[in-house]
Design a protein around this ligand. Structure first.
Ligand code: HEC
Ligand code: HEC
Ligand code: HEC
Ligand code: HEC
Ligand code: HEC
Length: 215
């Protein structure tokens, strides 16, 4: 009897240990899963060196994205404008404003403004803006309503799953190429028909094989 009793007592701590290990493993999994980029990059909104507002320059002044992001139709990178682009207007407009001090210093000393990058794909991912704008994918599909942002914020996860979700079926996102920078464009009633025709005419076929995005 005494022997049986002591055996049971030895087993209980083993169950306890297994339970503790399982709980620890779950916590590690939870951090890895919910803490992975799919969840954490969205909402990234660094403070920029100049209080430049897309909301004001795009919505109030009616400026097109391509005035500043000149590479978006022709190259892989959209690019951020040089100080020269700002000075096209700001040599005259609000030239002495405090908000434009950094811009003026950049211009006077010929050193670029240190804008902080918001969207960033890892180096092992190949991404090309022009391939998307020339296939009728609008900025809004990937960057959200930039025309309503005082400070740019990342709206989409830019994760592999996110890219692939659209690559497998882009119909919902296709629009006329002339409308890619139009933040107010809306799908028509016969959108599906229009999108399918455009996919056929332009031979739109986004890559879903690994080499397509990892070259
Ligand atoms: C007057 C020039 C100007 C215009 C017009 C403009 N932008 Fe920008 N954009 C900038 C500058 C400067 C930055 C860098 C500072 C910042 O993030 O606000 C920027 C940053 C961005 C970023 C974030 C870049 C990053 O670091 O990841 C996105 C996305 C963007 N613009 C999209 C747009 C879209 C979409 C439009 C048109 C609806 C537009 N921009 C119109 C000047 C402009
Ligand atoms: C097409 C002309 C134009 C261009 C190009 C332009 N801006 Fe502006 N910007 C304006 C106007 C107009 C205002 C509003 C001035 C006012 O409030 O009276 C303004 C206001 C601003 C303000 C707020 C100034 C204040 O004192 O309230 C900042 C900051 C600014 N712009 C930054 C930039 C930057 C940075 C760039 C380049 C990426 C740029 N702007 C390009 C026309 C322009
Ligand atoms: C299919 C999704 C997609 C579309 C459509 C798209 N972008 Fe981007 N954009 C991205 C990604 C992803 C990055 C990050 C790229 C990197 O780090 O290599 C980015 C980065 C940027 C940047 C930062 C500078 C750069 O070139 O890396 C700007 C500015 C920008 N986009 C503006 C625009 C504008 C303006 C449009 C519309 C004409 C647009 N984007 C359309 C996905 C998109
Ligand atoms: C909203 C839809 C959409 C999203 C999101 C999207 N793509 Fe695409 N992508 C397309 C379409 C449509 C094409 C097809 C272009 C064609 O066939 O002409 C394409 C084409 C491409 C190509 C082929 C370009 C070439 O020159 O052959 C690459 C690479 C690519 N995408 C990478 C990415 C990456 C990486 C992401 C995520 C960061 C992404 N895409 C997100 C719609 C999207
Ligand atoms: C449409 C573009 C696209 C295609 C196709 C694609 N990937 Fe990716 N992949 C990405 C992007 C974007 C990331 C970066 C994700 C991030 O930063 O969160 C990534 C990340 C990865 C990573 C890094 C680990 C991770 O999950 O962050 C691996 C491994 C990977 N991809 C393998 C593959 C393999 C294997 C295939 C083929 C079955 C493939 N990819 C096809 C876009 C793509």
């Amino acid at each position: 009897m005494a022997q049986l009793f002591s055996k049971k007592a030895n087993v209980t701590p083993v169950y306890f240990l297994i339970a503790v290990i399982l709980i620890i493993l779950f916590i590690i999994f939870a951090f890895w899963y919910w803490g992975s980029p799919y969840y954490t990059d969205v909402g990234y909104q660094p403070e920029q060196p100049v209080p430049y507002s897309h909301k004001f320059h795009v919505s109030e002044l009616g400026m097109d994205c391509r005035y500043c992001h000149v590479g978006v139709e022709t190259s892989a990178v959209a690019g951020v404008p040089p100080t020269q682009t700002c000075m096209n207007c700001h040599t005259m407009i609000k030239a002495d404003s405090d908000s434009l001090k950094v811009v003026k210093a950049s211009w006077d000393n010929n050193i670029p403004i240190q804008w902080i990058k918001v969207h960033k794909s890892p180096d092992y991912v190949y991404f090309d803006h022009s391939a998307h704008t020339n296939a009728g994918i609008g900025c809004v599909s990937c960057h959200g309503r930039v025309d309503r942002m005082n400070v740019v914020v990342q709206m989409e996860p830019l994760s592999m799953k996110w890219c692939l979700d659209c690559h497998r079926d882009p119909t919902e996102h296709i629009r006329p190429i002339s409308e890619v920078t139009n933040m107010n464009w809306k799908r028509s009633e016969d959108h599906l028909q229009f999108a399918e025709q455009m996919i056929k005419e332009l031979h739109i076929s986004p890559p879903t094989d690994c080499q397509g995005c990892h070259r």
